[in-house]
Structure formats: C-alpha cells, structure tokens
Design a protein around this ligand. Structure first.
Ligand code: TYD
Length: 211
C-alpha cells in the first residue's frame, strides 16, 4: 500500500485538532497504519525549534529559517520513512502555514519562502517537491476564531497577535489555495463540529482513501 500525506491548516482557533484525531481513528479502523504529527515539530530537534519559534521574539527571516529547518528534519527523520512504509501521515500544519503566517501574517518575502520550499522539499533525483496529496483547510472568520480562543488558555506568540494579523494569515491561505486548488479541500469551519467533521470525511472519501 502506498503512503498518503494529508495536512491540516487554518488560523489559530479554527478547530482542526479533534478532526485530525477523528480521521486517524477512521483510517486505523480500516487497517491503515497512521503517523500523526505536527509542524513545527514532529522530531526531537524540530520540537526544540518549535519551542523557540512559539515563544521567543525574533525577526521574520529568523522565524522563516527556523520553521524550514524544523521541516527539513521532520521530512528526513519522520515523514519520508513513514510514507515509504505505506503509512497515512496526518500532519497538523505544513508549508502552507509558513506562507500564511510568515508570508501573510509577518509580510515576509514570498519569493524567498518559495525558494526555501523548493530546497527543503525537493525529492532527490526528481524535479518534484514533497507536498501533501490533500490539504484540509479549516477556513474561519478571524473574529470568530478570536472569540473561540478567548480565555481558552495562555496564548503563545502567534495566538497573542491582533485580529489584523489573522486577517493577513487567512488571506495567505487563500492565496496558497489559488495556486494549487486541486490540492485543497476548503471547509467552512464556522459551523457545528458535526457538520465540519462530515465535510472532512467527504473530502477524504472523494479521493477514495476511505470507504
Ligand atoms: P498550532 O498548530 O496552533 O498548535 P497548538 O494547537 O498546539 O497551539 O501552533 C503552531 C503555531 O505555529 C501556529 O500559531 C502557527 C505557527 N506556525 C507558523 O507560524 N509557521 C509555520 O510554518 C508553522 C508550521 C506554524
């Protein structure tokens, strides 16, 4: 069985976590082995970089370089071996988050992000890049996301950003979708958890990856 790579995206507070767990269970119930992981993070080194990125003040280029450094280690140590074994890899955020947060939110140079993406995700011996086969984007109005997050927990560096930052992040996701519409399933995350879950399942079933 060949591996599957699915990523999950959205602004903070869009509510992706429970659906990632649910999808992992659905795949396991059909006998698939699942690797559940996240970015930044997923390996011991990348988790250390995550702690820095989420907590320490740094300039936008440093932030972009650290998320791509974490991604490189994650791909080499965890994602590629899992895909080679035939696992379903479910990844909570991937490179679209870099284009949305560092590109959209911080306003960092998109061409440089594109260059880093090509270096970090190049598949040796081919001229293709490692990308998710499907990206499920939980699209939510930043004002609603802010209400959902309010008082939920101590905010990290990104969660503490103003509404305007998340409007730019959301626009960044929209721009990524426009560049690769066939890769994305955009889900309206303003509805009930059940309605969102049915859309998540439908997006995966449409690919014939789940019956
Ligand atoms: P998140 O995925 O929301 O995890 P949790 O639910 O545990 O808070 O946190 C990751 C944060 O990192 C999120 O605010 C987005 C940010 N991020 C970037 O800025 N760039 C990236 O490339 C990635 C992967 C994440």
């Amino acid at each position: 069985m060949s591996g599957l790579f699915i990523s999950f995206e959205g602004i903070d507070g869009a509510g992706k976590s429970t659906h990632i767990e649910g999808l992992a269970e659905a795949f396991r119930a059909q006998g698939r082995r699942v690797t559940l992981t996240r970015e930044p993070g997923g390996t011991p080194l990348a988790e250390k970089l995550r702690t820095l990125v989420l907590n320490d003040a740094m300039d936008p280029m440093t932030e972009a370089l650290l998320v791509f450094a974490a991604r490189r280690d994650h791909l080499q140590q965890l994602i590629e071996p899992a895909l080679a074994r035939g696992d379903v890899v479910l990844c909570d955020r991937f490179t679209d988050a870099t284009f949305a947060y560092q590109g959209g939110g911080r306003g960092f140079d998109l061409d440089m992000l594109g260059w880093l993406e090509r270096q970090v995700q190049a598949l040796p011996g081919t001229n293709t890049l490692r990308q998710p086969e499907l990206t499920i984007w939980f699209d939510l109005d930043p004002a609603i996301a802010a209400q959902r997050l309010a008082g939920a927990r101590v905010p990290d560096k990104f969660e503490a950003q103003p509404l305007e930052f998340f409007r730019r992040v959301a626009a960044g996701y929209g721009a990524r979708l426009a560049q690769a519409p066939q890769r994305f399933a955009r889900i309206d995350a303003a509805r009930s958890r059940e309605a969102v879950w049915l859309d998540v399942l439908a997006a995966v079933r449409q690919k014939n990856w789940l019956s």
